[in-house]
Design a protein around this ligand. Structure first.
Ligand code: UGA
Length: 441
């Protein structure tokens, strides 16, 4: 079934909607609202992103997004502009989807939100509803309201729960819609925009709504840190983490999602939001010990992997050639922000290894800073040839069906470390490789 089969394409009351920010949240939100039949203008400062959208191409790698984007651009339901003031003119709903990066104290940096609120304040319709989808600390709605300072304009919190890589599907079929505002009528009219999704709707106050977002991401991070810690314990005790997961996840109170051990959690959200929640709690006089432990434990997972990789080649990585397969923070995205793969790569480099990396989304001439010493290769074959050990760090589907019988003979040593549990053991073993992975001794 296609992503769109179960969604309605027309709403009875099409609204004029502005979306500020064409990033991982803004684009799927704008495309989905346009697909539902609303008239949407997306404002973006970056020229490359604007041109890309105008030409019906998605500037971010997202399953199924480009087709729907192209359709709504062609039908005129979605327009793009550089000018946020122009975008909000006449719009009943204005979605703020700008970045809230982490500042040096682990707190969310609100400078983009502040700047947009000040910039658009005078241009908003008298009855506009400003909807915040960016992840912001508790109290930000009030801050935006006072920056806008227009009596009729209402401000609503509507956190986003979509995942990178499946953003369109998550937007069209969310598990829930959360809307928070002191003015419940405003909250309900925002909820109405998502009625076609059929998702349960939680209407609450702005503080609770803002907290739901952080609490959800912190819970997911803690669940992952728990299973990753168990995978290290399995290594110590000689237990098997796959069977452990089967045994735990079958309990419906625990469940299988977010129970796959790996090189730790990363990306643009979980690390930033866990740190921000710890800071929010500290400001409120509470030490969020459970989340702090999850953060510390995440870094321990990466150190553990490097120790195990070193053990495969005699204990020292100095001067060893390591093939790194996968650089993005997870599969099906081109995003390397806070990627555990890069963090492991850094530790490998610090241990004296020489890296040859391959990721299907990273080009050899990639100019971004994080690829400096990664030795990015154009092909997987090139990365693996001559390697003392091959380390799989992202769960790309192509790594599941590798022809090890062809690859292993080109390696200096037939050693594979699989941090994502994607290597086909039968074919790797048949090719004479030794395969190790976390929690599977
Ligand atoms: C996360 C949340 O899942 C979304 O609900 C939320 O909307 C989003 O953050 C956000 O705040 O914007 P995302 O960052 O796209 O989504 O990534 P996830 O799919 O949650 O994965 C996070 C990390 O956990 C990745 O490094 C992934 O590889 C890792 N992971 C995930 C595992 O190691 N094992 C698992 O079983 C699941």
């Amino acid at each position: 079934m296609s992503l769109l089969d179960s969604t309605h394409q027309t709403v009875s009351h099409p609204e004029r909607i502005a979306v500020i920010g064409a990033g991982y949240v803004g684009i799927p939100t704008a495309v989905m609202l346009a697909h539902f039949g609303h008239s949407v203008v997306i404002a973006e400062r970056d020229e490359f992103r604007r041109e890309s959208i105008r030409n019906g191409r998605s500037p971010i790698l997202e399953d199924g997004l480009e087709d729907v984007l192209a359709a709504v651009v062609q039908s005129g339901q979605l327009e793009v502009t550089a000018d946020a003031v122009q975008a909000v003119a006449g719009a009943k709903f204005v979605f703020l989807c700008v970045a809230t990066p982490m500042d040096d104290d682990g707190r969310a940096d609100l400078s983009f939100i502040d700047a947009v609120a000040q910039q658009i304040a005078h241009a908003l319709r008298d009855d506009a509803i400003v909807v915040n989808k960016s992840t912001v600390p508790v109290g930000t709605m009030e801050r935006v309201r006072s920056l806008i300072n227009r009596p009729g304009v209402r401000v609503v919190s509507n956190p986003e729960f979509l995942r990178e890589g499946t953003a369109l599907g998550d937007s069209l079929k969310p598990d829930r819609i959360v809307v928070g505002a002191e003015d419940r009528d405003a909250a309900k009219s925002v909820a109405q925009l998502f009625a076609s999704t059929g998702a349960p709707i939680v209407v609450t106050d702005a503080t609770t709504s803002e907290l739901i977002k952080y609490a959800s991401n912190a819970f997911l991070a803690t669940k992952l840190s728990f299973i990753n810690t168990m995978s290290r314990l399995c290594d110590q005790l000689g237990a098997d983490v796959d069977d452990l997961v089967r045994g735990m996840g079958s309990d419906h109170r625990i469940g299988f999602p977010f129970l796959n051990p790996g090189p730790g959690w990363g990306g643009s959200c979980l690390p930033k939001d866990t740190s921000a929640l710890v800071a929010i709690a500290a400001d409120a006089g509470l030490s969020l010990d459970v989340v702090r432990a999850a953060i510390e434990s995440n870094a321990a997972q990466q150190r553990h992997i490097v120790t195990q990789v070193a053990a495969m080649v005699g204990g020292s990585l100095s001067g060893k050639r390591v093939a790194v397969l996968g650089l993005t923070f997870k599969a099906n995205t081109g995003d390397r922000r806070d990627s555990p793969a890069l963090q492991v790569a850094e530790l490998l480099l610090a241990a004296g290894a020489h890296l040859c990396s391959f990721d299907p989304t990273v080009a050899t001439d990639d100019a971004s800073g994080d690829v400096a010493n990664l030795g990015v290769c154009a092909t997987l074959e090139e990365a693996v040839a001559g390697a003392d050990v091959t380390v799989v760090l992202t769960e790309w589907a192509m790594f599941r069906s590798l022809e090890w019988s062809r690859l292993v003979p080109t390696m200096a040593q037939p050693c594979i470390y699989d941090a994502r549990s994607v290597v086909d053991l039968e074919s790797a073993h048949a090719a004479g490789a030794t395969v190790r992975s976390i929690g599977r001794s």
